[in-house]
Design a binder for this molecule. Structure first.
Ligand code: HEC
Ligand code: HEC
Ligand code: HEC
Ligand code: HEC
Length: 443
Protein backbone atom coordinates (compact mmCIF):
# COMPACT_ATOMS: atom_id res chain seq x y z
CA UNK A 1 0.00 0.00 0.00
CA UNK A 2 1.35 3.41 -1.03
CA UNK A 3 -0.52 5.30 1.69
CA UNK A 4 1.28 5.45 5.05
CA UNK A 5 -1.39 7.26 7.06
CA UNK A 6 -1.61 10.42 9.12
CA UNK A 7 0.13 8.70 12.05
CA UNK A 8 3.43 8.74 10.18
CA UNK A 9 3.36 12.55 9.91
CA UNK A 10 2.34 13.35 13.48
CA UNK A 11 5.64 13.18 15.43
CA UNK A 12 6.44 16.31 17.40
CA UNK A 13 9.68 16.90 15.52
CA UNK A 14 7.94 16.49 12.17
CA UNK A 15 4.42 17.95 11.76
CA UNK A 16 3.04 17.45 15.29
CA UNK A 17 4.68 20.37 17.07
CA UNK A 18 2.44 21.93 19.71
CA UNK A 19 3.35 25.48 18.74
CA UNK A 20 4.37 26.77 15.33
CA UNK A 21 7.98 27.45 14.41
CA UNK A 22 8.46 31.20 13.96
CA UNK A 23 10.66 32.31 11.07
CA UNK A 24 13.77 34.22 12.02
CA UNK A 25 13.84 37.58 10.27
CA UNK A 26 14.66 37.54 6.61
CA UNK A 27 14.20 33.78 6.12
CA UNK A 28 12.81 33.42 2.64
CA UNK A 29 10.93 31.23 2.04
CA UNK A 30 9.87 30.99 5.70
CA UNK A 31 10.33 27.56 7.33
CA UNK A 32 7.36 25.24 7.63
CA UNK A 33 5.34 25.62 10.84
CA UNK A 34 5.64 21.98 11.96
CA UNK A 35 2.24 22.14 13.68
CA UNK A 36 0.38 21.04 10.52
CA UNK A 37 -0.87 17.82 12.11
CA UNK A 38 -2.20 19.59 15.21
CA UNK A 39 -3.95 22.21 13.04
CA UNK A 40 -5.46 19.50 10.84
CA UNK A 41 -6.78 17.50 13.82
CA UNK A 42 -8.14 20.49 15.71
CA UNK A 43 -9.39 22.82 12.99
CA UNK A 44 -9.67 21.10 9.63
CA UNK A 45 -13.02 19.56 8.65
CA UNK A 46 -11.12 17.05 6.51
CA UNK A 47 -10.09 15.28 9.72
CA UNK A 48 -13.72 14.34 10.33
CA UNK A 49 -14.65 13.57 6.72
CA UNK A 50 -14.80 9.85 7.53
CA UNK A 51 -16.63 10.36 10.84
CA UNK A 52 -19.50 12.19 9.11
CA UNK A 53 -20.26 8.97 7.24
CA UNK A 54 -21.59 7.69 10.56
CA UNK A 55 -23.84 10.70 11.22
CA UNK A 56 -27.59 10.86 10.91
CA UNK A 57 -27.55 12.51 7.49
CA UNK A 58 -25.26 9.84 6.08
CA UNK A 59 -27.43 7.09 7.53
CA UNK A 60 -30.45 8.63 5.83
CA UNK A 61 -28.58 8.89 2.51
CA UNK A 62 -27.52 5.23 2.75
CA UNK A 63 -31.06 4.19 3.59
CA UNK A 64 -32.44 6.02 0.54
CA UNK A 65 -29.78 4.54 -1.73
CA UNK A 66 -30.55 1.12 -0.35
CA UNK A 67 -27.02 -0.31 -0.36
CA UNK A 68 -24.31 -0.81 2.25
CA UNK A 69 -23.79 1.64 5.15
CA UNK A 70 -22.17 4.93 4.08
CA UNK A 71 -18.87 4.23 5.88
CA UNK A 72 -18.48 1.03 3.83
CA UNK A 73 -19.72 2.41 0.53
CA UNK A 74 -16.75 2.94 -1.84
CA UNK A 75 -18.67 5.73 -3.60
CA UNK A 76 -18.70 7.76 -0.36
CA UNK A 77 -15.18 6.78 0.73
CA UNK A 78 -13.77 7.97 -2.61
CA UNK A 79 -14.16 11.56 -1.33
CA UNK A 80 -14.50 11.12 2.43
CA UNK A 81 -11.14 9.37 2.89
CA UNK A 82 -7.97 8.96 0.82
CA UNK A 83 -9.40 8.11 -2.63
CA UNK A 84 -6.95 5.28 -3.43
CA UNK A 85 -8.15 3.37 -0.33
CA UNK A 86 -11.87 3.45 -1.16
CA UNK A 87 -12.02 0.12 -2.93
CA UNK A 88 -10.15 -1.77 -0.18
CA UNK A 89 -11.64 -0.16 2.89
CA UNK A 90 -12.02 -3.39 4.88
CA UNK A 91 -8.34 -4.21 4.42
CA UNK A 92 -7.09 -0.77 5.46
CA UNK A 93 -9.70 0.26 8.01
CA UNK A 94 -7.30 2.25 10.20
CA UNK A 95 -6.06 4.34 7.25
CA UNK A 96 -9.58 4.95 5.97
CA UNK A 97 -10.64 6.23 9.38
CA UNK A 98 -8.11 9.08 9.08
CA UNK A 99 -10.66 10.73 6.79
CA UNK A 100 -9.18 13.13 4.22
CA UNK A 101 -5.63 12.81 5.55
CA UNK A 102 -2.37 14.43 4.55
CA UNK A 103 -1.78 12.10 1.60
CA UNK A 104 -5.21 12.72 0.07
CA UNK A 105 -3.86 16.15 -0.91
CA UNK A 106 -0.06 15.82 -0.74
CA UNK A 107 0.12 12.47 -2.57
CA UNK A 108 0.72 8.90 -1.34
CA UNK A 109 3.92 8.99 0.69
CA UNK A 110 5.56 5.59 0.20
CA UNK A 111 8.09 6.87 -2.31
CA UNK A 112 8.65 10.36 -0.95
CA UNK A 113 8.50 9.74 2.79
CA UNK A 114 12.17 8.85 3.35
CA UNK A 115 13.78 11.46 1.07
CA UNK A 116 11.53 14.29 2.31
CA UNK A 117 12.74 13.79 5.91
CA UNK A 118 16.21 14.86 4.80
CA UNK A 119 15.84 18.53 3.86
CA UNK A 120 19.13 18.80 1.98
CA UNK A 121 18.45 15.70 -0.11
CA UNK A 122 14.84 16.83 -0.77
CA UNK A 123 15.87 20.35 -1.79
CA UNK A 124 18.11 18.94 -4.50
CA UNK A 125 15.26 17.18 -6.29
CA UNK A 126 13.44 19.19 -8.97
CA UNK A 127 9.69 19.87 -8.71
CA UNK A 128 8.77 17.84 -11.79
CA UNK A 129 10.80 14.84 -10.55
CA UNK A 130 9.08 15.05 -7.15
CA UNK A 131 5.74 14.88 -8.93
CA UNK A 132 6.53 12.26 -11.53
CA UNK A 133 8.89 9.86 -9.75
CA UNK A 134 7.94 10.32 -6.12
CA UNK A 135 4.20 11.03 -6.36
CA UNK A 136 4.52 14.22 -4.28
CA UNK A 137 1.92 16.84 -5.23
CA UNK A 138 3.49 20.29 -5.63
CA UNK A 139 0.66 22.19 -3.96
CA UNK A 140 2.56 25.48 -3.88
CA UNK A 141 1.72 25.56 -7.59
CA UNK A 142 -1.77 27.01 -7.41
CA UNK A 143 -2.98 25.22 -10.56
CA UNK A 144 -1.93 21.88 -9.09
CA UNK A 145 -3.55 22.82 -5.78
CA UNK A 146 -6.81 23.76 -7.47
CA UNK A 147 -6.93 20.47 -9.38
CA UNK A 148 -6.38 18.46 -6.20
CA UNK A 149 -9.25 20.23 -4.40
CA UNK A 150 -11.53 20.01 -7.44
CA UNK A 151 -11.00 16.24 -7.62
CA UNK A 152 -13.31 15.92 -4.59
CA UNK A 153 -15.09 19.28 -4.48
CA UNK A 154 -16.27 19.07 -8.09
CA UNK A 155 -15.61 15.39 -8.79
CA UNK A 156 -13.57 13.40 -11.29
CA UNK A 157 -13.59 10.34 -13.53
CA UNK A 158 -11.63 7.27 -12.42
CA UNK A 159 -7.85 7.47 -12.83
CA UNK A 160 -7.00 3.81 -13.14
CA UNK A 161 -3.21 4.05 -13.52
CA UNK A 162 -3.08 5.81 -10.13
CA UNK A 163 -5.71 3.60 -8.49
CA UNK A 164 -8.18 6.46 -8.00
CA UNK A 165 -11.87 5.52 -8.39
CA UNK A 166 -14.55 7.78 -9.89
CA UNK A 167 -15.52 10.57 -7.53
CA UNK A 168 -19.04 11.47 -8.52
CA UNK A 169 -21.59 13.23 -6.36
CA UNK A 170 -24.42 12.84 -8.84
CA UNK A 171 -28.12 13.72 -8.60
CA UNK A 172 -28.94 10.30 -7.22
CA UNK A 173 -26.90 10.85 -4.05
CA UNK A 174 -28.10 14.46 -3.83
CA UNK A 175 -31.72 13.36 -4.07
CA UNK A 176 -30.88 10.81 -1.36
CA UNK A 177 -29.77 13.75 0.83
CA UNK A 178 -26.19 14.77 -0.02
CA UNK A 179 -25.48 18.53 0.06
CA UNK A 180 -24.77 20.21 -3.24
CA UNK A 181 -21.09 20.87 -4.06
CA UNK A 182 -20.23 24.53 -4.68
CA UNK A 183 -16.47 24.98 -4.77
CA UNK A 184 -14.58 28.28 -5.08
CA UNK A 185 -10.85 28.05 -4.36
CA UNK A 186 -10.15 31.51 -2.92
CA UNK A 187 -12.80 31.11 -0.21
CA UNK A 188 -12.32 27.39 0.40
CA UNK A 189 -8.58 27.54 0.92
CA UNK A 190 -9.00 30.33 3.45
CA UNK A 191 -10.90 27.87 5.67
CA UNK A 192 -8.24 25.17 5.76
CA UNK A 193 -4.83 26.76 6.25
CA UNK A 194 -2.23 24.70 8.11
CA UNK A 195 0.56 26.16 6.07
CA UNK A 196 2.64 29.23 6.55
CA UNK A 197 0.48 31.71 4.69
CA UNK A 198 3.40 34.06 4.19
CA UNK A 199 4.27 31.72 1.33
CA UNK A 200 1.08 32.76 -0.41
CA UNK A 201 1.39 36.43 0.43
CA UNK A 202 2.30 37.86 -2.92
CA UNK A 203 0.00 40.89 -2.80
CA UNK A 204 -2.44 39.75 -5.47
CA UNK A 205 -2.42 36.01 -4.69
CA UNK A 206 -6.14 35.84 -4.00
CA UNK A 207 -6.97 37.12 -7.50
CA UNK A 208 -4.73 34.47 -9.01
CA UNK A 209 -6.32 31.78 -6.83
CA UNK A 210 -9.79 32.92 -7.86
CA UNK A 211 -9.07 32.80 -11.61
CA UNK A 212 -7.13 29.54 -11.47
CA UNK A 213 -9.75 27.99 -9.18
CA UNK A 214 -12.55 28.89 -11.61
CA UNK A 215 -10.67 27.38 -14.54
CA UNK A 216 -9.66 24.22 -12.65
CA UNK A 217 -13.24 23.68 -11.43
CA UNK A 218 -14.52 24.13 -14.99
CA UNK A 219 -11.97 21.61 -16.23
CA UNK A 220 -12.91 19.08 -13.54
CA UNK A 221 -16.61 19.51 -14.26
CA UNK A 222 -16.04 18.94 -18.00
CA UNK A 223 -13.95 15.82 -17.37
CA UNK A 224 -16.68 14.55 -15.08
CA UNK A 225 -19.30 15.33 -17.75
CA UNK A 226 -17.30 13.39 -20.37
CA UNK A 227 -17.23 10.41 -17.99
CA UNK A 228 -20.93 10.65 -17.16
CA UNK A 229 -21.82 10.83 -20.86
CA UNK A 230 -19.41 8.08 -21.88
CA UNK A 231 -20.30 5.41 -19.32
CA UNK A 232 -23.60 3.79 -20.24
CA UNK A 233 -24.06 2.64 -16.61
CA UNK A 234 -24.36 6.26 -15.40
CA UNK A 235 -27.77 7.99 -15.38
CA UNK A 236 -28.49 10.22 -18.39
CA UNK A 237 -29.26 13.02 -18.67
CA UNK A 238 -27.48 13.65 -15.38
CA UNK A 239 -29.55 16.22 -13.47
CA UNK A 240 -26.62 17.35 -11.28
CA UNK A 241 -25.17 18.95 -14.44
CA UNK A 242 -27.96 21.53 -14.48
CA UNK A 243 -29.03 24.51 -12.41
CA UNK A 244 -30.61 22.78 -9.37
CA UNK A 245 -33.01 25.61 -8.71
CA UNK A 246 -34.39 25.67 -12.24
CA UNK A 247 -36.22 22.48 -11.27
CA UNK A 248 -36.34 22.92 -7.50
CA UNK A 249 -38.43 26.05 -7.07
CA UNK A 250 -42.05 26.67 -6.30
CA UNK A 251 -44.26 27.81 -9.17
CA UNK A 252 -45.18 31.37 -8.32
CA UNK A 253 -47.35 33.99 -9.92
CA UNK A 254 -45.97 36.41 -11.02
CA UNK A 255 -42.83 34.47 -11.79
CA UNK A 256 -39.38 36.09 -11.96
CA UNK A 257 -38.22 33.33 -14.28
CA UNK A 258 -40.75 34.28 -16.94
CA UNK A 259 -40.08 37.98 -16.40
CA UNK A 260 -36.36 37.35 -16.74
CA UNK A 261 -36.90 35.43 -19.98
CA UNK A 262 -34.87 32.44 -21.16
CA UNK A 263 -31.78 34.11 -22.66
CA UNK A 264 -31.94 32.44 -26.06
CA UNK A 265 -32.99 29.05 -24.67
CA UNK A 266 -36.39 27.53 -25.43
CA UNK A 267 -38.74 28.18 -22.49
CA UNK A 268 -38.58 25.16 -20.21
CA UNK A 269 -35.22 23.88 -21.41
CA UNK A 270 -32.50 23.12 -18.87
CA UNK A 271 -29.89 25.78 -18.04
CA UNK A 272 -26.42 24.19 -18.02
CA UNK A 273 -23.04 25.44 -16.81
CA UNK A 274 -24.48 28.10 -14.47
CA UNK A 275 -21.93 27.49 -11.71
CA UNK A 276 -18.78 26.12 -13.29
CA UNK A 277 -18.70 28.26 -16.42
CA UNK A 278 -20.08 31.49 -14.94
CA UNK A 279 -16.83 33.47 -14.79
CA UNK A 280 -14.82 32.02 -17.67
CA UNK A 281 -15.69 34.77 -20.17
CA UNK A 282 -14.61 37.62 -17.92
CA UNK A 283 -11.39 35.81 -16.99
CA UNK A 284 -10.71 35.21 -20.67
CA UNK A 285 -11.36 38.88 -21.52
CA UNK A 286 -9.32 40.38 -18.69
CA UNK A 287 -6.73 37.94 -17.35
CA UNK A 288 -5.57 35.66 -20.20
CA UNK A 289 -7.49 34.79 -23.38
CA UNK A 290 -9.02 31.33 -23.76
CA UNK A 291 -9.01 31.55 -27.55
CA UNK A 292 -12.11 32.22 -29.69
CA UNK A 293 -12.26 28.67 -31.09
CA UNK A 294 -12.30 27.23 -27.56
CA UNK A 295 -15.05 29.60 -26.49
CA UNK A 296 -17.04 28.62 -29.56
CA UNK A 297 -16.67 24.95 -28.65
CA UNK A 298 -17.98 25.70 -25.15
CA UNK A 299 -20.97 27.51 -26.65
CA UNK A 300 -21.67 24.50 -28.83
CA UNK A 301 -21.49 22.18 -25.84
CA UNK A 302 -23.85 24.49 -23.95
CA UNK A 303 -26.38 24.37 -26.80
CA UNK A 304 -26.09 20.60 -26.93
CA UNK A 305 -26.52 20.14 -23.16
CA UNK A 306 -29.61 22.36 -23.22
CA UNK A 307 -31.47 19.84 -25.40
CA UNK A 308 -33.84 17.48 -23.64
CA UNK A 309 -31.81 14.35 -24.29
CA UNK A 310 -28.33 15.35 -25.41
CA UNK A 311 -26.44 12.86 -27.54
CA UNK A 312 -24.02 11.07 -25.23
CA UNK A 313 -21.23 10.49 -27.76
CA UNK A 314 -21.27 14.07 -28.96
CA UNK A 315 -21.26 15.39 -25.38
CA UNK A 316 -18.40 13.09 -24.43
CA UNK A 317 -16.29 14.24 -27.35
CA UNK A 318 -16.95 17.96 -26.92
CA UNK A 319 -16.59 17.91 -23.13
CA UNK A 320 -13.29 16.01 -23.26
CA UNK A 321 -11.92 18.45 -25.86
CA UNK A 322 -13.07 21.48 -23.86
CA UNK A 323 -11.50 20.09 -20.66
CA UNK A 324 -8.24 19.66 -22.53
CA UNK A 325 -8.30 23.29 -23.80
CA UNK A 326 -9.02 24.56 -20.32
CA UNK A 327 -6.23 22.52 -18.76
CA UNK A 328 -3.54 24.37 -20.68
CA UNK A 329 -5.33 27.67 -20.06
CA UNK A 330 -5.31 26.98 -16.30
CA UNK A 331 -1.54 26.59 -16.49
CA UNK A 332 -1.29 29.99 -18.20
CA UNK A 333 -3.56 31.66 -15.66
CA UNK A 334 -1.34 30.36 -12.86
CA UNK A 335 1.59 32.30 -14.37
CA UNK A 336 -0.24 35.64 -14.59
CA UNK A 337 0.67 38.10 -11.86
CA UNK A 338 -1.88 40.86 -11.74
CA UNK A 339 -0.81 44.44 -11.20
CA UNK A 340 -2.95 46.85 -9.16
CA UNK A 341 -3.86 48.47 -12.50
CA UNK A 342 -5.00 45.25 -14.15
CA UNK A 343 -6.98 44.32 -11.04
CA UNK A 344 -8.65 47.73 -11.20
CA UNK A 345 -9.62 47.09 -14.81
CA UNK A 346 -10.99 43.65 -13.92
CA UNK A 347 -12.99 45.03 -11.01
CA UNK A 348 -14.49 47.76 -13.18
CA UNK A 349 -15.36 45.18 -15.83
CA UNK A 350 -17.19 43.17 -13.19
CA UNK A 351 -19.02 46.31 -12.09
CA UNK A 352 -20.02 47.07 -15.68
CA UNK A 353 -21.72 43.71 -16.23
CA UNK A 354 -25.34 43.78 -17.24
CA UNK A 355 -27.23 43.56 -13.96
CA UNK A 356 -30.01 41.29 -15.25
CA UNK A 357 -27.55 38.77 -16.63
CA UNK A 358 -25.48 38.95 -13.45
CA UNK A 359 -28.38 37.83 -11.28
CA UNK A 360 -30.16 35.63 -13.86
CA UNK A 361 -29.92 32.71 -11.41
CA UNK A 362 -28.75 32.17 -7.84
CA UNK A 363 -25.60 30.47 -9.16
CA UNK A 364 -24.73 33.39 -11.42
CA UNK A 365 -25.35 35.93 -8.63
CA UNK A 366 -23.21 34.06 -6.09
CA UNK A 367 -20.35 33.59 -8.53
CA UNK A 368 -20.48 37.32 -9.30
CA UNK A 369 -20.29 38.32 -5.64
CA UNK A 370 -17.45 35.81 -5.01
CA UNK A 371 -15.55 37.29 -7.97
CA UNK A 372 -15.89 40.90 -6.82
CA UNK A 373 -14.93 39.83 -3.29
CA UNK A 374 -11.79 37.96 -4.35
CA UNK A 375 -10.55 40.74 -6.66
CA UNK A 376 -11.33 43.43 -4.11
CA UNK A 377 -9.49 41.60 -1.31
CA UNK A 378 -6.51 40.85 -3.56
CA UNK A 379 -5.78 44.53 -3.93
CA UNK A 380 -6.49 45.59 -0.36
CA UNK A 381 -3.95 46.99 2.05
CA UNK A 382 -3.64 45.66 5.58
CA UNK A 383 -5.52 48.63 7.03
CA UNK A 384 -8.59 49.12 4.83
CA UNK A 385 -9.56 52.64 3.83
CA UNK A 386 -13.08 53.91 4.53
CA UNK A 387 -14.06 53.17 0.93
CA UNK A 388 -12.66 49.67 1.07
CA UNK A 389 -14.69 49.09 4.21
CA UNK A 390 -17.82 50.33 2.40
CA UNK A 391 -17.15 47.84 -0.41
CA UNK A 392 -16.84 45.05 2.15
CA UNK A 393 -20.10 46.07 3.78
CA UNK A 394 -21.85 46.08 0.41
CA UNK A 395 -20.50 42.60 -0.40
CA UNK A 396 -21.54 41.31 3.02
CA UNK A 397 -25.06 42.63 2.51
CA UNK A 398 -25.39 40.77 -0.80
CA UNK A 399 -23.88 37.67 0.76
CA UNK A 400 -26.55 37.70 3.46
CA UNK A 401 -29.30 38.14 0.89
CA UNK A 402 -28.03 35.12 -1.01
CA UNK A 403 -27.65 32.85 2.03
CA UNK A 404 -30.22 30.07 2.33
CA UNK A 405 -32.73 30.37 5.14
CA UNK A 406 -32.32 27.85 7.97
CA UNK A 407 -35.22 25.70 6.83
CA UNK A 408 -34.07 25.38 3.19
CA UNK A 409 -31.17 24.02 1.20
CA UNK A 410 -32.25 26.05 -1.78
CA UNK A 411 -32.69 29.79 -2.30
CA UNK A 412 -36.41 29.72 -1.60
CA UNK A 413 -36.72 33.51 -1.31
CA UNK A 414 -34.44 34.35 -4.27
CA UNK A 415 -35.80 37.27 -6.33
CA UNK A 416 -33.31 38.84 -8.76
CA UNK A 417 -35.12 42.19 -8.48
CA UNK A 418 -34.28 42.38 -4.77
CA UNK A 419 -30.60 42.34 -5.63
CA UNK A 420 -30.63 45.24 -8.10
CA UNK A 421 -30.32 48.03 -5.51
CA UNK A 422 -27.56 46.49 -3.33
CA UNK A 423 -25.70 45.39 -6.46
CA UNK A 424 -25.92 48.90 -7.90
CA UNK A 425 -24.53 50.27 -4.61
CA UNK A 426 -21.56 47.86 -4.80
CA UNK A 427 -20.90 48.64 -8.45
CA UNK A 428 -21.12 52.36 -7.78
CA UNK A 429 -18.51 52.10 -5.00
CA UNK A 430 -16.23 50.15 -7.30
CA UNK A 431 -16.64 52.65 -10.15
CA UNK A 432 -16.16 55.67 -7.89
CA UNK A 433 -12.84 54.52 -6.48
CA UNK A 434 -10.55 57.55 -6.07
CA UNK A 435 -8.01 57.86 -8.91
CA UNK A 436 -9.67 55.03 -10.80
CA UNK A 437 -9.77 52.56 -7.93
CA UNK A 438 -8.19 52.40 -4.51
CA UNK A 439 -6.08 49.63 -5.89
CA UNK A 440 -4.42 51.92 -8.36
CA UNK A 441 -4.10 54.79 -5.92
CA UNK A 442 -2.09 52.92 -3.37
CA UNK A 443 1.04 51.68 -5.08
C1 HEC B 1 -17.43 13.78 -5.27
C2 HEC B 1 -17.04 13.64 -3.88
C3 HEC B 1 -18.06 13.16 -2.87
C4 HEC B 1 -18.78 11.99 -2.87
C5 HEC B 1 -18.81 10.93 -3.95
C6 HEC B 1 -19.50 11.98 -1.63
N1 HEC B 1 -19.26 13.13 -0.92
FE1 HEC B 1 -20.13 13.67 0.82
N2 HEC B 1 -19.26 15.52 0.68
C7 HEC B 1 -18.31 15.87 -0.24
C8 HEC B 1 -17.88 17.23 0.00
C9 HEC B 1 -16.84 17.98 -0.81
C10 HEC B 1 -18.65 17.71 1.08
C11 HEC B 1 -18.59 19.10 1.69
C12 HEC B 1 -19.45 19.99 0.85
C13 HEC B 1 -19.27 21.46 1.17
O1 HEC B 1 -19.62 21.87 2.27
O2 HEC B 1 -18.81 22.19 0.29
C14 HEC B 1 -19.51 16.59 1.49
C15 HEC B 1 -20.44 16.65 2.52
C16 HEC B 1 -21.13 15.55 3.00
C17 HEC B 1 -22.02 15.57 4.14
C18 HEC B 1 -22.36 16.78 4.98
C19 HEC B 1 -21.29 16.95 6.00
C20 HEC B 1 -21.76 17.10 7.40
O3 HEC B 1 -21.01 17.77 8.15
O4 HEC B 1 -22.82 16.55 7.77
C21 HEC B 1 -22.48 14.29 4.32
C22 HEC B 1 -23.40 13.79 5.41
C23 HEC B 1 -21.89 13.48 3.27
N3 HEC B 1 -21.09 14.28 2.49
C24 HEC B 1 -22.12 12.12 3.12
C25 HEC B 1 -21.77 11.39 1.98
C26 HEC B 1 -22.24 10.05 1.69
C27 HEC B 1 -23.11 9.23 2.61
C28 HEC B 1 -21.75 9.72 0.46
C29 HEC B 1 -21.97 8.47 -0.34
C30 HEC B 1 -23.33 8.13 -0.65
C31 HEC B 1 -20.96 10.86 0.00
N4 HEC B 1 -20.98 11.83 0.95
C32 HEC B 1 -20.31 10.94 -1.24
C33 HEC B 1 -17.82 15.08 -1.26
C34 HEC B 1 -18.36 13.87 -1.63
C1 HEC C 1 -7.22 19.36 1.95
C2 HEC C 1 -5.90 19.19 1.45
C3 HEC C 1 -4.76 19.05 2.42
C4 HEC C 1 -4.66 18.17 3.48
C5 HEC C 1 -5.69 17.15 3.93
C6 HEC C 1 -3.38 18.40 4.09
N1 HEC C 1 -2.72 19.39 3.42
FE1 HEC C 1 -0.88 20.13 3.88
N2 HEC C 1 -1.11 21.59 2.49
C7 HEC C 1 -2.17 21.71 1.63
C8 HEC C 1 -1.97 22.88 0.81
C9 HEC C 1 -2.91 23.39 -0.27
C10 HEC C 1 -0.74 23.48 1.22
C11 HEC C 1 -0.06 24.75 0.69
C12 HEC C 1 0.95 24.33 -0.29
C13 HEC C 1 2.27 25.02 -0.19
O1 HEC C 1 2.33 26.21 0.11
O2 HEC C 1 3.28 24.32 -0.43
C14 HEC C 1 -0.22 22.63 2.27
C15 HEC C 1 0.99 22.85 2.91
C16 HEC C 1 1.57 21.96 3.80
C17 HEC C 1 2.91 22.08 4.30
C18 HEC C 1 3.88 23.19 3.95
C19 HEC C 1 3.73 24.20 5.05
C20 HEC C 1 4.26 25.59 4.76
O3 HEC C 1 4.42 26.32 5.73
O4 HEC C 1 4.43 25.95 3.59
C21 HEC C 1 3.12 21.02 5.14
C22 HEC C 1 4.39 20.72 5.93
C23 HEC C 1 1.89 20.25 5.17
N3 HEC C 1 0.97 20.83 4.32
C24 HEC C 1 1.71 19.11 5.91
C25 HEC C 1 0.49 18.44 6.03
C26 HEC C 1 0.24 17.38 6.98
C27 HEC C 1 1.24 16.83 7.94
C28 HEC C 1 -1.06 17.01 6.79
C29 HEC C 1 -1.88 15.97 7.56
C30 HEC C 1 -1.87 16.08 9.00
C31 HEC C 1 -1.61 17.83 5.71
N4 HEC C 1 -0.64 18.69 5.28
C32 HEC C 1 -2.90 17.72 5.20
C33 HEC C 1 -3.25 20.86 1.53
C34 HEC C 1 -3.53 19.83 2.42
C1 HEC D 1 -10.12 13.43 -0.92
C2 HEC D 1 -11.21 14.39 -1.11
C3 HEC D 1 -10.96 15.86 -0.78
C4 HEC D 1 -9.94 16.67 -1.22
C5 HEC D 1 -8.76 16.31 -2.11
C6 HEC D 1 -10.22 17.98 -0.69
N1 HEC D 1 -11.37 17.97 0.06
FE1 HEC D 1 -12.19 19.52 1.07
N2 HEC D 1 -13.65 18.31 1.79
C7 HEC D 1 -13.82 16.97 1.47
C8 HEC D 1 -14.95 16.43 2.19
C9 HEC D 1 -15.47 15.01 2.11
C10 HEC D 1 -15.48 17.49 2.97
C11 HEC D 1 -16.68 17.44 3.93
C12 HEC D 1 -16.14 17.08 5.29
C13 HEC D 1 -17.12 17.28 6.43
O1 HEC D 1 -18.11 17.99 6.29
O2 HEC D 1 -16.83 16.71 7.48
C14 HEC D 1 -14.63 18.66 2.68
C15 HEC D 1 -14.82 19.91 3.26
C16 HEC D 1 -14.10 21.04 2.93
C17 HEC D 1 -14.37 22.35 3.44
C18 HEC D 1 -15.50 22.74 4.39
C19 HEC D 1 -16.72 23.14 3.60
C20 HEC D 1 -17.83 23.62 4.47
O3 HEC D 1 -18.93 23.82 3.91
O4 HEC D 1 -17.65 23.78 5.67
C21 HEC D 1 -13.45 23.20 2.90
C22 HEC D 1 -13.33 24.69 3.13
C23 HEC D 1 -12.59 22.41 2.05
N3 HEC D 1 -13.01 21.10 2.10
C24 HEC D 1 -11.51 22.89 1.31
C25 HEC D 1 -10.66 22.11 0.51
C26 HEC D 1 -9.51 22.63 -0.20
C27 HEC D 1 -9.08 24.08 -0.24
C28 HEC D 1 -8.93 21.56 -0.81
C29 HEC D 1 -7.68 21.55 -1.67
C30 HEC D 1 -6.49 22.14 -1.08
C31 HEC D 1 -9.71 20.38 -0.49
N4 HEC D 1 -10.75 20.76 0.32
C32 HEC D 1 -9.42 19.10 -0.93
C33 HEC D 1 -13.03 16.24 0.60
C34 HEC D 1 -11.86 16.68 0.01
C1 HEC E 1 -34.22 18.36 -14.44
C2 HEC E 1 -34.76 18.74 -13.16
C3 HEC E 1 -33.88 18.60 -11.96
C4 HEC E 1 -32.66 19.20 -11.74
C5 HEC E 1 -31.87 20.11 -12.66
C6 HEC E 1 -32.26 18.85 -10.40
N1 HEC E 1 -33.22 18.04 -9.83
FE1 HEC E 1 -33.23 17.34 -7.95
N2 HEC E 1 -34.94 16.30 -8.33
C7 HEC E 1 -35.63 16.29 -9.52
C8 HEC E 1 -36.70 15.34 -9.44
C9 HEC E 1 -37.70 15.02 -10.53
C10 HEC E 1 -36.66 14.77 -8.14
C11 HEC E 1 -37.58 13.71 -7.53
C12 HEC E 1 -38.61 14.42 -6.71
C13 HEC E 1 -39.46 13.44 -5.94
O1 HEC E 1 -39.17 12.25 -5.92
O2 HEC E 1 -40.40 13.92 -5.31
C14 HEC E 1 -35.55 15.42 -7.47
C15 HEC E 1 -35.20 15.20 -6.16
C16 HEC E 1 -34.23 15.92 -5.47
C17 HEC E 1 -34.07 15.90 -4.04
C18 HEC E 1 -34.90 15.08 -3.05
C19 HEC E 1 -36.24 15.71 -2.91
C20 HEC E 1 -36.21 16.94 -2.08
O3 HEC E 1 -36.87 17.92 -2.46
O4 HEC E 1 -35.50 16.96 -1.06
C21 HEC E 1 -33.02 16.72 -3.74
C22 HEC E 1 -32.45 17.03 -2.38
C23 HEC E 1 -32.51 17.23 -4.99
N3 HEC E 1 -33.29 16.73 -6.02
C24 HEC E 1 -31.44 18.10 -5.11
C25 HEC E 1 -30.98 18.59 -6.32
C26 HEC E 1 -29.74 19.33 -6.48
C27 HEC E 1 -28.80 19.71 -5.34
C28 HEC E 1 -29.62 19.63 -7.80
C29 HEC E 1 -28.49 20.37 -8.51
C30 HEC E 1 -27.16 19.82 -8.34
C31 HEC E 1 -30.80 19.10 -8.47
N4 HEC E 1 -31.56 18.45 -7.54
C32 HEC E 1 -31.07 19.25 -9.81
C33 HEC E 1 -35.34 17.08 -10.61
C34 HEC E 1 -34.21 17.86 -10.77
Amino acid sequence: MDVLGVGSCSKRACHGSISPVEPTSGQNPPPIRRDEYITWTAKDVHARAYAVLHNERSRAIAKNLGGEPAHQNPQCLACHSTPTLAAQADKFAALVEDGVGCEACHGSARKWFAPHTSPTEWAMIGADVKERDYGFAMLDDVARRARVCAGCHVGSPPDEPHGVPARDANHEIMAAGHPRLVFELAVYQSFTPHWNDRRDKEPTFEARAWAVGQAAAAQASLELLAYRAGDAKQPWPEFAEYDCYSCHHGLKEPSWQRERGFAGRRPGSLPWGQWHLASLAIISDHVAPLGPEHRKALDELTRLMTRTNPDRDQVKRLAAAAAHDIESWTGKLAQVTQSPQSLGVLLRALAARDRSATVSSWDAAVQHVLAVGAIHRAGRRDEPTARERDVETAIEKLRQQLTFSKSHESPAKFQPGDLFAPLERLHQLVRDGTSGTALEGKR
